[in-house]
Design a binder for this molecule. Structure first.
Ligand code: A3D
Length: 320
C-alpha cells in the first residue's frame, strides 16, 4: 500500500517538499494551507509534471484538515519565516498561534501519524506541537540538525576541496544562534578535519582560525540566506533535510540523523526538545545516541539548551 504524507503549510518549503516527495515517489501527498486555492494550484502544477518526471503518486491540495485523515507522516511547515534583521525567536508569538491550530488539526484528523516539524523557532514549536497534540514524544520530531550539519559539512568541503559526501560534521543543540557545531567530531571518512586543516596550513593556529570561521558561518548560515533573499528564509535545503528524515522514517532505515528529539536524561537534559543524534525508523525517534562531550562542548551545549528553555518559558507565559 502506498504511504500517505500530509504537508501542513504550502509555502516555500511546503511546495518544494511536495515536488521532491512526488519526484521520489515516497507516497501520496496532501498539501494543506489556509490560503484558498494556493495549495490546489501548486499541487496541480506538480501533478502536471508527472508524465515528464514519471511519477505515479497522487498530489492533492486542500484547505480542509479532513483530507489528511489516514496520513502515515505529517510534515509541518506552517508559520512565518524570518525577514532580514529578525531572529528565529522573534517569530514566537505568531507561529505559536499557528502551531497550536495545526497541532489540533493533526491530532483530530491524523492521530496515528509521525510528525516532523520545521517551523521556527524550531525546538519550541516542536515542544508546542507535542504538548497540544498529546502525541507520544517519539512520534514528534523537529528538523534542524540535518540542515545545520549539512551546512557545516558544505563549508568544510569547500575549504578542503574534498567531496562533501565524505564529510560528517555534527551540529547539536537548539536551532538558534547558540547551536553547537562539534569541530572535534568533524571528520572526512574518519580523518579529523582539524588534522587536515593543520596539514594544509602547516600551522595549528591558522587551522583553528579557519575552523572558527566555518563554525561561525554555520551558526549564522540561516541568516546569511535571509539577508540575500530579503523576503524569506532558506527553503530548498530545509526541504531536502526533511526528505532525508522522511525516507528514514517511512523506510525504517534506522539512520542516525541529528534532529530535535525529546530528552529524558540524555546529555543531562530532561523534559526538553533539543538537537541531538537520533535513530530514525518506523517508530519515529527510536533512540537518542549520546556523544561524549568534553567540558567545553558540554558548556556550549548547556548554554544552547538554556536558550531553548528560555523561549519555552516565554511561550508558556504567553499562555501556550
Ligand atoms: P512561507 O513560504 O511563508 O510558508 C508558510 C506557509 O504557512 C504559508 O503558505 C502560510 O499560508 C501557511 N500558514 C500560515 N498559517 C497557517 C495555518 N494556521 N495553517 C496552515 N498553514 C498556515 O514560509 P517557509 O515555507 O519559507 O518557512 C516555513 C517555516 O519554516 C518558517 O517558520 C521558517 O522560519 C521555518 N524554517 C525552518 C528551517 C529549519 O531548518 C528549522 C529552515 C528554514 C525555514
Amino acid at each position: 500500500m502506498r504511504r500517505k504524507i500530509a504537508i501542513i503549510g504550502g509555502g516555500q518549503i511546503g511546495g518544494v517538499l511536495a515536488q521532491l516527495i512526488a519526484q521520489k515517489q515516497l507516497g501520496d501527498i496532501v498539501l494543506f494551507d489556509i490560503v484558498e486555492d494556493m495549495p490546489q494550484g501548486k499541487t496541480l502544477d506538480i501533478a502536471e509534471a508527472s508524465r515528464i518526471d514519471g511519477f505515479d503518486v497522487c498530489v492533492k491540495g486542500t484547505n480542509s484538515y479532513q483530507d489528511i485523515a489516514g496520513s502515515d507522516l505529517v510534515i509541518v511547515t506552517a508559520g512565518l519565516p524570518r525577514k532580514p534583521g529578525m531572529s528565529r525567536d522573534d517569530l514566537l508569538t505568531t507561529n505559536a498561534k499557528i502551531m497550536k491550530s495545526v497541532a489540533e488539526g493533526v491530532r483530530d484528523n491524523a492521530p496515528d501519524a509521525i510528525v516532523i516539524v520545521i517551523s521556527n523557532p524550531l525546538d519550541v514549536m516542536v515542544t508546542l506541537f507535542q504538548k497540544v497534540s498529546g502525541f507520544p514524544h517519539h512520534r514528534v520530531v523537529g528538523q534542524a540538525g540535518v540542515l545545520d550539519s549539512s551546512r557545516f559539512a558544505t563549508f568544510i568541503a569547500w575549504e578542503l576541496g574534498l567531496s562533501v559526501k565524505d564529510i560528517n560534521a555534527p551540529v547539536l543543540g537548539g536551532h538558534g544562534d547558540t547551536m553547537v557545531p562539534l569541530l572535534r567530531y568533524a571528520n572526512v571518512n574518519g580523518l579529523p578535519v582539524m588534522e587536515l586543516l593543520e596539514r594544509k596550513y602547516a600551522s595549528a593556529e591558522k587551522a583553528k582560525e579557519v575552523m572558527t570561521a566555518m563554525v561561525e558561518r554555520t551558526k549564522a548560515a540561516g541568516g546569511e540566506v535571509v539577508k540575500l533573499l530579503k523576503t524569506g528564509s532558506a527553503f530548498y535545503s530545509p526541504a531536502s533535510a526533511v526528505i532525508a528524515m522522511t525516507k528514514a522514517i517511512l523506510n525504517d532505515e534506522k539512520r542516525v540523523l541529528t534532529c530535535s528529539a525529546y530528552l529524558n536524561g540524555e546529555f543531562s537534559v530532561s523534559g526538553y526538545y533539543v538537537g541531538v543524534p537520533a535513530v530514525l525508523g518506523a517508530k519515529g525517534v527510536e533512540k537518542v545516541l549520546e556523544l561524549n562531550l568534553d567540558e567545553t562542548e558540554q558548556a556550549l551545549f548547556d548554554n544552547s539548551v538554556n536558550a531553548v528553555k528560555k523561549v519555552v518559558a516565554e511561550m508558556e507565559t504567553l499562555g501556550f
